[in-house]
Design a protein around this ligand. Structure first.
Ligand SMILES: CC(C)(COP(=O)(O)OP(=O)(O)OC[C@H]1O[C@@H](n2cnc3c(N)ncnc32)[C@H](O)[C@@H]1OP(=O)(O)O)[C@@H](O)C(=O)NCCC(=O)NCCS
Length: 174
């Protein structure tokens, strides 16, 4: 299996993969909208013997502190693995490759919305622990699902931050 950058020719294959993994079209719509908005900072695919078996997207997010300072980081997701090959390490490989690349680029932090039981293995912790919230869920009704990871090698020392995802994420609402 090989992890590499997404190629435009794989648009249909990735769409089918996302729709199968999520059992719906919302995530593939978001991915297409992110590409169209040039907000596809990093999109990787997992290829196994010529077949696309996994995909991950990283897109820009903006943070705002209570004093109005803006922070720029990255959001992980969607990430998907073909249903018949899940639980074989493909999702982990996509996530680890992506995070390593973004660290080298100097991206300071990564956020995501997902199951903490899965993402804690990569070092993600609940964002609300240091009062970071997703703007669409300021009361953290999703509990620990909104998560944060420092990519700088040092703990994040800024607290009370509201994170906004790229506007293309609204593509799942039409
Ligand atoms: C989530 C997903 C990307 C993980 O990819 P994967 O290749 O199956 O995962 P890996 O093989 O790297 O890791 C497997 C481990 O993660 C666990 N795991 C997978 N999904 C999980 C979840 N939602 N919650 C908790 N644990 C999960 C498995 O139980 C397994 O645990 P183990 O290592 O203790 O045996 C994949 O299952 C998938 O595409 N799911 C449907 C789409 C989705 O929910 N995407 C994430 C939201 S953006």
């Amino acid at each position: 299996m090989q992890i590499r950058a997404f190629d435009e020719d794989e648009t249909d294959g990735v769409r089918q993969l996302l729709d199968a993994a999520f059992d719906g079209v919302a995530e593939s719509r978001i991915v297409r909208a992110l590409r169209a908005a040039d907000a596809d900072t990093l999109e990787l695919v997992a290829e196994d013997h010529g077949r696309i078996v996994g995909e991950i997207m990283f897109a820009p997010v903006t943070g705002r502190t209570t004093s109005g300072t803006e922070l720029y980081g990255i959001g992980l997701g969607p990430v998907a693995v073909a249903p018949d090959v899940q639980k074989r390490g493909i999702g982990s490989a996509l996530i680890e490759h992506g995070l390593e690349y973004l660290k080298k680029l100097g991206v300071p932090f990564c956020v995501l919305l997902g199951d903490p039981a899965y993402y804690k293995r990569f070092g993600f912790t609940p964002a609300r622990d240091i009062n970071w919230f997703w703007e669409a869920d300021p009361e953290a009704t999703y509990g620990d699902a909104f998560q944060l990871l420092s990519l700088s090698g040092a703990p994040i020392d800024v607290t009370h931050v509201t994170i906004a995802y790229h506007a293309a994420f609204a593509a799942d609402e039409d």
